[in-house]
Design a protein around this ligand. Structure first.
Ligand code: P1T
Length: 385
């Protein structure tokens, strides 16, 4: 884990230098599709903006530094970043993925890459023997989200990486929920880290983006090739917005955690709540792993409200500060219903197996005043019962 002060300094400075010509302290937004060359093939490192762009480069260097990686690549969305990793595979290859993961990632694996001959087995990583059994001779990639979306289970990154390494299988971690402030998978043995920068990295719900970071020169070469060949790159403005968001990542994450701890505690004691899923509660089955692996439990909480679907719907309409919307990780608090919204792409029988039941509600706890957030939830319980 990088020292806290070092991380904070990197958030603000990594990959960014004052503009050579003007001294502008902020990285300019290079709105340009192409770059004038001194003669054919005589360029300054930039030829065409699908391939390289200085604003994107500053962002890529910043995110790589925060993850403790050598190589960073940015994409037009988290799904595009996920796809870039999956495109490193070939027909006949096999993936073992955590069973509880973002619905869009599940959709990519089961409805896009499966069609191209890349199959995925979804496994509960808490069952060691199930994981061992799922690894096949053609398994090329292990895909993990931790904390998982939406059930907030944790997976022991170090343990899984050690197991995969023995069999020469690469491990990719979706670090969107944790961010590098709370967890650094490369240091724990992961080969690839993926982000939806739309979330905590951007932090202000004003941009869609994604990133991949690695220390492997071989993966870096493949991802760079795919980034350029496929072209799912962020615009310079999008790169700038994420870069600006990252300057306060460490401060925002501290407040997200502080607020979420109080909200989780409040929910755990509320009589209208059946169960709370938050790795920062000592009752959470992965609490010890949270202490070992993460600097803090993050800002995401899921809980089951008593009364099923109808009560859940009423509650989602009763909050005012918590806005009913997909996504997460912005400064403002959001509330959503995974079965009807973010995880509608996961078949109902699989949702039932995972515990994504009709009463499950997910909160992205923002950085507003926590007494206002608790007040909003209290009022919503009273109004919706
Ligand atoms: O939306 P996009 O930037 O393409 O990111 C996809 C993605 C990848 N990984 C994780 C863990 C995610 O949560 C997401 C997007 N998730 C939501 C929109 C959501 O509300 O859960």
């Amino acid at each position: 884990m990088i020292e806290q002060t070092k991380f904070a300094t990197q958030c603000i400075h990594a990959g960014q230098k004052p503009d050579l010509e003007t001294g502008a302290i902020m990285t300019p937004v290079y709105f340009t599709s192409t770059y004038v060359q001194d003669g054919p093939g005589k360029h300054k490192g930039y030829e065409y903006s699908r391939t390289q762009n200085p604003t994107r480069k500053a962002l890529e260097e910043n995110i790589a530094a925060l993850e403790g990686g050598q190589y960073g690549f940015c994409f037009a969305s988290g799904c595009a970043a996920t796809s870039a990793i999956l495109m490193c595979l070939s027909a006949g290859d096999h993936i073992v993925a955590v069973d509880d993961l973002y619905g869009g990632t599940y959709r990519l694996m089961t409805q896009v890459f499966a069609r191209l001959g890349i199959t995925t087995t979804f496994v509960d990583f808490h069952k060691a023997e199930a994981l061992d059994k799922a690894l096949l001779p053609n398994t090329k990639l292990v895909w993990i989200e931790t904390p998982t979306n939406p059930m907030l289970k944790l997976i022991d990154i170090e343990k899984v990486c050690a197991l995969a390494k023995k069999r020469n299988i690469a491990v990719a971690i979706d670090n969107t929920f944790a961010t590098p402030y709370l967890q650094q998978p490369l240091a724990l043995g992961a080969d690839l880290v993926v982000h939806s920068t739309t979330k905590y990295m951007g932090g202000h719900s004003d941009v869609i983006g994604g990133a991949v970071v690695t220390n492997s020169p071989a993966f870096a070469k493949q991802i760079a090739f795919i980034q350029n060949a496929v072209g799912a790159v962020p615009s310079p403005m999008d790169a700038f917005l994420v870069l600006r968001g990252l300057k306060t990542l460490h401060v925002r994450m501290q407040r997200h955690v502080e607020n979420a701890l109080q909200v989780a505690d409040f929910l755990a004691k509320h009589p209208a709540v059946e169960r709370v899923y938050y790795p920062g509660l000592s009752s959470h089955p992965d609490y010890a792993l949270c202490i070992k692996q993460m600097r803090g439990p993050g800002g995401m909480i899921s809980f089951v409200i008593k009364g099923g679907l109808e009560q859940a719907k009423r509650f989602l309409c009763a909050t005012t500060l918590f806005s009913c919307a997909e996504s997460l990780g912005g400064v403002e608090s959001l509330i959503e219903h995974p079965a009807l919204m973010t995880h509608a792409a996961v078949p109902p029988e699989i949702r039932a197996q995972l515990g994504i039941d009709d009463g499950l509600i997910r909160l992205s706890v923002g950085i507003e005043d926590v007494t206002d957030l608790l007040g909003d939830l209290k009022t919503a319980f009273a109004k919706s019962m």
